[in-house]
Write a protein that binds this ligand. Sequence first.
Ligand code: GLU
Length: 332
Amino acid sequence: MFESPLEDVPQRALTGDLPDEPQVARLLREAHARYAGLDEGTVADYIPALAEADSALFGLALVEADGTTHLAGDTAAPFTIQSISKAFVLALVLDAIGHEAVHRVVGVNNTGLPFNSVIALELNQGSPMNPMVNAGAIATTALLPGGWLAVHEGLSRFAGRSLELDERVLRSESETNHRNQGIADLLTSYGRLAGRPEEMVEVYTRQCSLRVTAEDLAVMSATLADGGLNPVTGEQVVTAEACRDTLAVLAACGMYELSGEWQFEIGLPAKSGVSGGIVAIAPGKGALGTFSPLLDRAGNSVRGQRACAHLSRSLGLNLFASAPRGKAHRDG
Ligand code: GLU
């Protein structure tokens, strides 16, 4: 997946801050230009309406923790949020019912199996394992007091505008999501679903069908980078603790079964969705929202991943990187 080495991209020294604005803007444009011509991967087709996506689209947005926004490419193109909604619903649920309840009912460990696995449930005595696979996401959505209205209102507060439903994608997915319905029935049989299975799948499918842009994704995820305060609207959407816990889950489970590989190369909490979006969050600094519909075998956008790898390196975002402190002192 990450076979193209980035040795020619200068690794930024770690300063705790982003570079100055013109440099961020330049590096974003550079990452966009570098990968705009890459056409590896395939558009998702298991939801029929998604197969019609324009594979040429490619947008990169970065919103800093102070709200400064940088855009490159197709950042205003609308697409359905799909699995990226799981990250924000999790933050709302953590905010509403707390760390312990999510840990107990859903879990926070990677399954190592595809996002829509039924076997993962059977192998783990009905535990959904984490809120980023479909079983865990349906169980998490069911925990949010207020149902669909709370999901819609909450995700809109993250975006700073009222998000609209894509009725066509909703219909297309509702007619074909037998697997998610099966997962919800299985969760119910294990006593793990706080609601009626058909209703919970309906709310979950709606949350996946909300229409966003790459810029929306960057604003939504910059809110997670900024202790729950939306840096564009100034609204406190969730607590800082809910953000911290959400980012921990994204780091472990956000990129499907390739989450380990993502951390090894990029080193940021992130979440992708099958319509081609990715969010990657640098706590305290800002967040990236990317969109390009061509996906790898796990369901992650190919151009989006490459652009995130480039920017993690060129902007000095990798959370696991450090410079020897003694050496910095010695070198003055
Ligand atoms: N709505 C999709 C599903 O449940 C989301 C999948 C994804 O983006 O990973 O199958």
